[in-house]
Design a protein around this ligand. Structure first.
Ligand code: SAM
Ligand code: DTB
Ligand code: SF4
Length: 319
């Protein structure tokens, strides 16, 4: 059997989801150990460089102009302020700095303002990541030239559930941007959110879309919805904990060499659930007190978690 597959049939993915929990976790963990050090977790920090007033209608998002979420809009940050935050993230032990903007897509003019941020962060010895919405092929090449390492662009949910979540763009728009990013030889970071009213078949379909890309995303963030008051999804039913862990395990089995990130939603997760996610194959987190507009566990809490689980001994000893 080919080691890295991109020809998954939906029924095969559903069959993985249907395995007894312990069998699924054992398989996923076994494969995880073959490809990674199981006690190492990569840490990325996030910064929202432009906040709110986004023209898209993503039903989960605090930054959409379509919903009254009480979020104050802020224009694009100055380069110096961004670099100061990047330095702080580095001092706390982050290895990658991800900058997000509430745009449908960047204009060429706004992209020009992001370039010195990427260059400055890279010069600090951090890996660089940005998430700016849809890109043209030209813009992807420009970002590559600026030295960008990763572009984050989530497919969010299944193709079938997409129009229940977002109507201002299509699933295919997302795939087109991912293709431009891959063409420009920038590492792809793409994943989704659990808790958008999807069922297990949707979760299987979303992972299938990611794993069947020409090349697997290098990084796969799996977010648990952070419910935002004022959005259509403010009171939606979350997935069960075991279903969340299953999704991580299936992602690990389908994309054995990709880094799977346990992303938003960790403030609501206890130690045992996060530990299970790391066992199932998650090996990255967002680290730092803030995500984009919502809280993340503070760095002390994460240091204690890592210490208890014996994760990243090296990082812990040096900070
Ligand atoms: N505007 C750009 C875009 O949509 O690609 C970049 C920023 S956007 C906030 C980045 C990603 O954050 C979204 O694709 C979504 O997966 C995730 N996200 C946004 N709000 C979230 C929430 N409330 N809970 C979990 N994940 C969320
Ligand atoms: C990703 O998959 N999750 C991050 C990052 N990529 C950009 C964003 C999470 C946002 C959570 C809600 C908020 O803080 O606004
Ligand atoms: Fe805008 Fe991105 Fe939020 Fe959608 S997820 S509303 S595109 S900031």
């Amino acid at each position: 059997m080919k080691e890295l597959r991109n020809d998954w049939a939906l029924a095969e993915v559903e069959a993985l989801f249907a395995l007894p929990f312990n069998d699924l976790l054992f398989q996923a963990h076994t494969l995880h150990r073959k490809n990674f050090n199981p006690n190492q977790v990569q840490v990325s920090s996030l910064l929202n460089i432009k906040t709110g007033a986004c023209p898209e209608d993503c039903s989960y998002c605090s930054q959409s102009s379509k919903y009254d979420t009480g979020l104050e809009r802020e224009k694009l940050m100055e380069v110096d302020a961004v670099l100061k935050q990047a330095q702080e993230a580095k001092d706390k032990g982050a290895t990658r700095f991800c900058m997000g903007a509430a745009w449908r897509n960047p204009t060429d003019k706004s992209l020009d303002k992001v370039i010195p941020m990427i260059q400055g962060v890279k010069a600090m010895g951090l890996e660089t990541c940005v998430t700016l919405g849809m890109l043209t092929q030209e813009q992807a090449f420009t970002l590559k030239e600026a030295g960008l390492d990763y572009y984050n662009h989530n497919i969010d949910t299944s193709k079938e559930n997409y129009s229940n979540v977002i109507t201002t763009r299509s699933f295919q728009d997302r795939l087109n941007t991912l293709e431009s990013v891959q063409n420009a030889d920038i590492h792809v970071c793409s994943g989704g959110i659990l808790g958008l009213g999807e069922g297990q078949t949707d979760r299987a379909s979303m992972l299938r879309s990611l794993a069947n890309l020409e090349k697997h995303p290098d990084s796969v963030p799996l977010n648990l919805l952070v419910p935002i008051p004022g959005t259509p999804f403010e009171a939606i039913e979350p997935p069960t904990e075991s279903e969340f862990v299953r999704t991580i395990a299936v992602a690990r089995l389908m994309m054995p060499k990709s880094v799977v990130r346990l992303s938003a939603g960790r403030t609501e997760m206890g130690e045992a659930l996060q530990a299970l996610c790391f066992f199932a194959g998650a090996n990255s987190i967002f680290y730092g007190d803030q995500l984009l507009t919502t809280d993340n566990p503070d760095t002390n809490t994460d240091q204690i978690l890592f210490e208890r689980l014996g994760i990243n001994q090296q990082l812990l000893n040096s900070h």
